[in-house]
Ligand binder design. Sequence first.
Ligand SMILES: Cc1cc2nc3c(=O)[nH]c(=O)nc-3n(C[C@H](O)[C@H](O)[C@H](O)COP(=O)(O)OP(=O)(O)OC[C@H]3O[C@@H](n4cnc5c(N)ncnc54)[C@H](O)[C@@H]3O)c2cc1C
Length: 357
Amino acid sequence: MADVLIAGAGIVGLLSAFELTKRGRRVTVIDAPALYPPASWAGGGILSPLFAWRYADPMNRLTVDAPARYRRLVDELAGHAGLRGDDLNDSGLWVAVGEAERERALAWARLWEVPCQRADEHEHLSGAGRQPGLWFPEIGNIRNPRMLKALRSWLSRRGVRFRTAAVKRIEPRRRGASLWLSDGECLTAPAVLVSSGAWTAGLLAPLGVRLPLFPAKGEMLLYRLAPGRVPAIILTEQGYLIPRADGAVLVGSTLEEGEGSHYRSVTGRWALERKAARLLPELADQRPMAHWAGVRPGCARGWPYLGEVPGCSGLFAAAGHHRNGLVAAPASAEFLARLMCAETPSLPVGDYSLSSS
Ligand SMILES: Cc1cc2nc3c(=O)[nH]c(=O)nc-3n(C[C@H](O)[C@H](O)[C@H](O)COP(=O)(O)OP(=O)(O)OC[C@H]3O[C@@H](n4cnc5c(N)ncnc54)[C@H](O)[C@@H]3O)c2cc1C
């Protein structure tokens, strides 16, 4: 029997399984058979919230050290499912911001000790790069699909069991919970984590949990350029470019709050093609290699809910990572694992509590 059941194998569920396995827990991960890639596969992997200084402290606490956390993870998981050191691309991040906001951002960076400097035009770019901005040399991007595969490989080798089934119903026990699965089985454990992305709200609603959560569809395009042609992540109000080490360049993203489908749309593609051409004019003449959509676990406040479900001892949830689940997941997972193992919490528990809505 497992000590811990985890419902959902996105980045939050897998990293939580990683932290719990390291603490000696026997973990079973249950993941719904997906026709489309969940958010963690569809995301871009920028290791910072977009315009990080606009967020509240609870989100900053989850994200400011993400590049260092991912560097340690990549070092530890390298070789699993082919994960390579440069799947964490230390590209740096260039952000276009107006003068007034630049001062605010620089003050934020000093407070949180995030290296940041004024940067006028980005020297290699002819599009959006030709405006004043800020340069964050230590913020890169993670090739999220490879990280997810590496995590699954590492976990499998350490005895974590993976079940392909959807959790249909959660029944709290005196300690922990039983999960009723789509294949008719029922699994019970003294500790359960619900990390089912945009579907978490629906699983928790019958337990009386009402949080301001919603699906938020996003679409992306992928182009292929010479490696190094886009030397850094380029972020503007109109969109962003994310360069992988091998020359793949992602253009993102659309945001449709309340939209829970995974369909790629013609309007989404047009919007992204326009963003691409504005950010880097030569992309106007290029055909994208891929176009996909994913559903973010949207949340009306600027940071996720992480903690025990009120009134249900041993039942935990991670909900509402919205646009920042990849950057926030390592810190979220450490926090959740500490709570589930009754260790000293790494963050103020009340800020993330499910009762604080
Ligand atoms: C286009 C796009 C770009 C993005 N870019 C970035 C970025 O650059 N940086 C960043 O930090 N974040 C980014 N994000 C957001 C990020 O991807 C998400 O916040 C994050 O992946 C959420 O992770 P999760 O594990 O909570 O959910 P998910 O990745 O959605 O995983 C949930 C898992 O639960 C499973 N599941 C669902 N229901 C059930 C059930 N009933 N039973 C069992 N399993 C179930 C699903 O199959 C899935 O595997 C982006 C998202 C999108 C869509």
